[in-house]
Design a protein around this ligand. Sequence first.
Ligand code: ADP
Ligand code: ASP
Ligand code: MG
Length: 404
Amino acid sequence: MKIVVLKFGGTSVGTIEKIKKVTDIIIEHKKKKNKVIVVSSAMSGVTNDLIKKSKQISNNFIDSEYDVLVSSGEQVACSLIAGGLNHKGFKSRSWLGWQIPIFTNGPYTNSRIQQVNKNKLLRFLKEGGIPIIAGFQGVNMNERVTTIGRGGSDASAIMIAKSFKAQRCIIYTDVEGVYTTDPNKLKKAKKIKVISYEEMLEMASLGAKVMQPVSIQDARLNRINIEVKSSFIKKPGTLITKRTNLNNNRIITGISSTHNDAKVTLVGVKDRPGVAASIFKPLSINSINVDMVVQNISPNGKETDLTFTIKAEDLNKTKKIIQDNKSIKFKKVLFQKGVSKISIIGVGMITTPGVTFRMFQALANKKINIQVISTSEIKISVLINKKDAKKALATLHKEFKLQE
Ligand code: ADP
Ligand code: ASP
Ligand code: MG
């Protein structure tokens, strides 16, 4: 059976007009004699609104009910698509996570898909039906509704493609594919034809919203090729695949940026074994994600400075945790909002010397100050003042000839 999985993001189902357009795309695939499985997100903005409502009830809204609440957006979109297909004469119905079921494990709000039961869906497909599956949701061992993290419908689509051994998995979105950088931030961004899982994972983790990082991990593990394309414009998109399928000699593949970071610096921290652990343990217990970490060498062996970055929205919580933490001694603590992280990504940098220098020199030429640096095999990230972010993005995009 030739199965095609089509995923539509919130931006593709954001209005009734767009949902009608989506049903046409689905019908086009169906007419090619494919068995079509659809995964949909909530209409754009709906999940954010639901989250806002939970906050109006409580800043500590209980996680299990949060999942019931925020997963409801997908239900609306799926029923509208299925209803639209019925209206056009096609057999279709919506499927919620618990009806399939899609089993998840892990904590509420951030579960992972473990297993997708195929029986009922296979029967429906064989009857010629088009299932419209609610992305982003599942059910756990306690028969409670779960969600799998923001942007999670991408991961739903990948895990469904894996379970059904689908021939194609297409992620329809509001841009034509994966670009060298966010095309809504830099007009000169160019569409990338093929990108490796590794590069896409770094780009996504470092701020490229177009694909959710977990979905790329799942696709890499299960060797699922992903096609990202526009639901509005009929043009070839981007293929996300394994590295050996790539044939190019680019050094840098893309640039990602984040704009809602904050920097914390502890000055004069007692330099003894275990100090870093006692700083980060309470942050980890409170689910605060620490990103870049830099510890200075201590000139006298007694004291050191430690800097790390977090999401700006976690700043108040972090301030309180640090101030309440009696197990660490330091002279003062500095908090800074308004910083951005700019990252260049590319497998080409493994074999090309001088990339770091080129990046730093290009930023220096534009008088952009680097506050923190972190690197991995295929990426270099710098933390800079947010007001310089746009300039830095354009400068690096040009320096590494990404617009050519
Ligand atoms: P969907 O609703 O389809 O899930 P998202 O809003 O999650 O769509 O992701 C699409 C958005 O990702 C685009 O509108 C674009 O602004 C943003 N984006 C960020 N980085 C990139 C990139 N490198 N390539 C393409 N889009 C990107
Ligand atoms: N609706 C969910 C969100 O906005 C999931 C998704 O869009 O993929 O995060
Ligand atoms: Mg998305």
